[in-house]
Design a protein around this ligand. Sequence first.
Ligand code: SF4
Length: 393
Amino acid sequence: MKIKIVTLGCKLNFAESSALMNTLLARGHTRAKQGEEADIVIVNTCTVTDTADHKDRQAIHRVKRENPNAKVIVTGCYAKLKPEEIAAMAEVDHVVAKPDKEFRHAYSKDDRTRCFLKVQDGCNYFCTYCTIPMARGRSRNPAISEVVAEAEKALNEGAKEIVLTGVNTGDFGRSTGEKFIDLLKALDMLRRSDGTEDYRIRISSCEPNLLTDETIDFIAGSRHFAPHFHIPLQSGSDEVLRIMHRHYDTQLFSERIAHIRQVLPEAFIGVDCMVGVRGETEERWEEYVRYVKSLQVSRLHVFTYSERANTKMLEMDLYVVPQKERERRSKVLHRISDEKLAAFYAENKGRKATVLWESKQDKGLMYGFTENYIKTSRPYDRQRVNTFEQTVL
Ligand code: SF4
């Protein structure tokens, strides 16, 4: 059978789609080529917001239009949360929505340069706005030795950058009694079978309460970990953080950022920010904006809140931010993010850095990222794909 997998959502979904495709290829199926009609299309969905659900449905319509004779199978988070809604779509032949209790290994290797390695799945936090624990189940992880074996395999297949991925990555160890920092230490010691060790590792995202000073110090002194952090903040108002049932306050968050800046001044720090959640009154929003402006971070990833069925937040008696106002607030944070990113790039001007060149070619140029996640370009040169190069920014 010719198979096509369409993936929506996060890095975890991409890693899992890749693992699924490899299993199917190993069983004798083939990958449908670009533009070729597939016999089976699998749509791996996301359900983080209403917009995500909408994009999933659009993708399902599109794949059926492009592959009119194919069987369409839908899986992923949306399929797990609302299987009936998807099964009711005329284009859909099967919904695979078995809740997962085990940990399934996955890493993506479609782009040889960067590999998304799944180290953790699920979440026990139950933030009041979030449906992910319902779709992905409880927090679980494999043993460090298993992750090390997967990472070695990826490196031996040519990966130069590994991105550690999970739903709540820093919660690694909950099901094995091991520690997240010990995982990082083990991965920092890897070598390829030919003895080479030119690779780097990024951590896709880590909750601020789990990103301890000990972990930050280890990253600062490590051989392979990039000075790159992605930390969810979600609100800059302590009242709203409490409503969201987050596990930290702005003081702890500020301390983490200060510690990173102290030991890794050049680090890229990306911060997830949600806007328009219930309870985000005008006063709390102003507090949020003031707080975010004061943070020494490099970029904000802005998400607009949308009501999700079966979440605690809907049972709470709270101020509801009108839709138009949610959109306005999102624009405000996007503007602040643009300013922060421009300032970060300006600060790095003239700094020496190492770029890992990627395979994509666009208008005669190739692109890559430095260790602290600055995007750079140069005229395309095939020989440089998946190689490191020293550069001055
Ligand atoms: S930490 Fe909170 S927002 Fe993140 S996946 Fe878990 S419940 Fe959802």
